[in-house]
Design a protein. Structure first.
Lengths: 355, 355
């Protein structure tokens, strides 16, 4: 791979698409001068925005697609009918080696199903997982799965640990990552059987870094481990519970600073520091959920994001591609020689969570 | 029941017991002048603190118990060996009609197992659930289960909805509570089968108030519903993820106000408002988890709390007793005529989460 990277963008996904997507690409262009874009979308909708962004135009190829996958579309319908959609074409560009990764802010379930069908899974991995960064007391952690797999068996959890571990080493640069299984207590027999079995297998596997065993919900923000492994149901609820709490405290804080003239003056004095805090806790900073386990790089942006958030999602794809995540995980999977492991559970009724 | 209430206290539970328990009782005495206390514990340990609190002594009867249930004890061991423990004796006081409710900051699993054995379940309810208040954008909600039942079937979830609904009407004073099932999306087929079945049954049951269907993790802090129903695994993780996030933002805020001289001055000006905010988000305010579904009132205080937090847990027991929660829920269960419902699942492998 040369220093240059190409990122495929689904211009039609997201509440404010395609304008938000193109403006986001333009911001990402400034941050990542080595990146070129392959933009997929309806020419008549995309061209008016692209033509206004002269510098972006110079590094962008627009590919016309007739169809758009709507947010309400079922993944199965999108798979059948969406062959000419911007989403599908963008994913195919990755499969065909024309792009190093794809970013879409469209229908999560459809993006997951299409990515799985077009890019296929990495050898030995059953299901893709959705992963994202979390801010913590000590830096950043990654958590997976955040909603791709509502029910998981022990082997799925082990796979997620392998994926998260490789991710942490390539993108977070943590060469000896600590990793743990999210549970309701640290003791031996807390939780359910899949967790106990996953713990026993992870103890045997000895991935790089340190296996912490079980962690609890408050360990996420504490930063107790670099990689938090959980099923998609629990991960999704934990992520959204944390987001809801952050919003609640922000609204408390706003009303606090409006509650008296002294508080208002205090806010004015502390304004610059507060702006830094706002920047630090800006949810756009953590936009860009990665689909790990696929034989290719696919990143899902939040549908309601703005250009700043979308540019961050592009940044995630760039980091994955530049860090050589796929090569690393392929090497890891080869070394683990998992073909010798227990027979795989054939159940793949993965159910994606539409964001 | 006269206006006077008696609360049984396990003086030996909690990191700072028995001092913390007695000081907490003394604070609660000031807030609830109609309450008397039955305090269970080792006389030689309790008496030195009680003798210093003259006014508390006037409304307190100390009952000596030789044994103490330790935090590390397994619930099964505590059941076998803890007959003369302060915890067991305090629970028995409720069963024998000597107290209107019991409060303990001791071993959660043991307290749950003993309460279930001694107080028994309400007719038609299979398992107790742990419930607690949550602050929201619009006030307060109650969530259950928070960890008593790691795996739940549809009927357990329905039972939790019935319990939470009665609770909301008696203690929160919300006569038409809204209630919802915690899931990973609002759509018909999100999540797993137990949730779909519970939703269908709740639609038929038509409890007082409004059934909202499925809610998501961010709806907890939004206050979308008054009663959040979930299994103990998900509820425990969501609760702790929210607590962890709140602590993370507090620590960000502290470092923000220290980051420059202007921010420090700003803090000084806004100090009174910030103190109100701190009061509002004080975790001690939400101390006191209720064990619902039992034929008696039992409240678990956080083991690491201080007298202020313990007094709040006592307040929760007082509110439950005074609000007539047990009468209300018995009337509800009678009206529902659940004996005509589907056969109960006999699986009661409830597993308590030690707090």
């Amino acid at each position: 791979m040369s220093d240059r990277l190409t990122i495929a963008l689904d211009a039609m996904g997201g509440d404010q698409a395609p304008r938000m997507v193109l403006r986001g690409a333009n911001l990402a262009r400034k941050r990542h001068p080595q990146v070129e874009f392959l933009v997929f979308g309806r020419e008549q909708d995309v061209q008016p925005y692209l033509s206004k962004l002269k510098k972006l135009r110079q590094v962008t190829t627009l590919v016309h697609c007739d169809d758009v996958v709507s947010d309400s579309e079922k993944p199965s319908t999108a798979l059948r009918n969406g062959r000419n959609s911007s989403m599908r074409q963008a994913i195919q560009a990755v499969r065909d080696g024309k792009a190093d990764g794809v970013v879409s802010a469209g229908n999560t379930g459809a993006l997951m199903a299409m990515s799985k069908m077009v890019l296929k899974m990495l050898p030995g991995i059953d299901r893709p997982a959705i992963a994202s960064f979390f801010p913590t007391q000590v830096g950043e952690s990654v958590m997976l799965d955040l909603g791709a797999n509502v029910q998981c068996d022990a082997q799925n959890l082990v796979d997620f640990a392998i994926l998260g571990n490789a991710f942490s080493r390539t993108v977070l640069g943590t060469m000896e990552p600590s990793y743990g299984l999210l549970n309701v207590g640290a003791e031996e027999r807390k939780g359910h059987e899949a967790l106990w079995e996953a713990r026993d297998r992870l103890k045997e596997l000895e991935l790089p870094g340190r296996f912490h065993g079980f962690i609890e919900g408050d360990d996420i923000a504490k930063g107790t481990v670099d990689v938090i492994v959980t099923d998609g149901f629990t991960g999704n609820v934990a992520l959204k519970a944390a987001e809801g709490t952050a919003k609640l405290i922000s609204s408390y804080l706003r009303s606090t600073f409006k509650s008296s003239i002294f508080a208002q003056l205090g806010y004015l004095l502390a304004r610059r520091a507060m702006q830094k805090l706002r920047k630090r806790t800006d949810p756009r900073r953590y936009n860009g959920a990665m689909f790990l386990g696929l034989n290719g790089i696919a990143v899902k942006s939040h549908g309601g994001t703005d250009p700043v958030g979308f540019a961050n999602a592009i940044g995630v794809a760039v980091d994955l591609a530049r860090g050589g995540f796929l090569d690393r995980i392929r090497a890891d999977l080869g070394q683990l020689d998992r073909t010798a492991g227990p027979a795989r559970n054939g159940n793949s009724s993965a159910q994606a969570v539409a964001g």
